[in-house]
Write a protein that binds this ligand. Structure first.
Ligand code: CU
Length: 173
């Protein structure tokens, strides 16, 4: 009977990786979910695609400061552009993109930030990220949306914090 419970070295070569791989995946999942904040977008409401431009907050696309170091970008996507397509925030800002499509399926992808969402007609997309380092962060539509899809892009310009303070006219003191 004892023979049946023996684990041979050869078996061990397979048993150990078959435990280590799923455990490693689970650890990666936990680290990325809670550490890096990577998660699926939640339900942030619906909007009639044909009426996006008449529905708040999308009737006034742009960047709005909603708190100290906190900005909200109200963004409308449509063939083949984003409004706004140039966003300026000071370094160290937390930026929430609230975006919707006014026609077909688009995407919002900011490769240098943690932003990658589909802009599904009828659905409000909601994604928050932080811009710590000054510089330009290009963003793109990454869901093929027609003949001029490749022209659908824009950029987030993250300004050095001191320069941005001068823009706002407040000394942040
Ligand atoms: Cu596109």
């Amino acid at each position: 009977m004892r023979r049946g419970t023996t684990i041979y070295l050869y078996e061990l070569f397979w048993i150990l990786p078959s435990i280590a791989i799923p455990v490693g995946m689970l650890v990666a999942l936990v680290v990325f979910t809670f550490g890096a904040g990577v998660h699926l977008p939640g339900d942030h409401g619906r909007v009639e695609p044909t009426a996006v431009l008449a529905t708040p907050p999308f009737d006034q696309p742009g960047t709005v400061q909603v708190g100290p170091g906190q900005y909200e970008v109200r963004m409308v996507s449509g063939i083949w552009s984003f409004a706004p397509n140039e966003i300026r925030v000071p370094a160290g800002s937390t930026v929430t993109f609230v975006a919707a499509s006014r026609d077909v399926l688009h995407g919002l992808f900011i490769p240098r930030a943690n932003v990658n969402v589909m802009l599904i007609p009828g659905q409000v997309a909601h994604v928050t990220t932080r811009f710590d380092r000054p510089g330009e962060y290009p963003f793109f539509c990454h869901e093929y949306c027609g003949i001029a899809h490749h022209t659908m892009w824009g950029k987030v310009i993250v300004e050095p914090a001191s320069k941005a303070d001068r823009h706002d006219g407040d000394s942040a003191s």
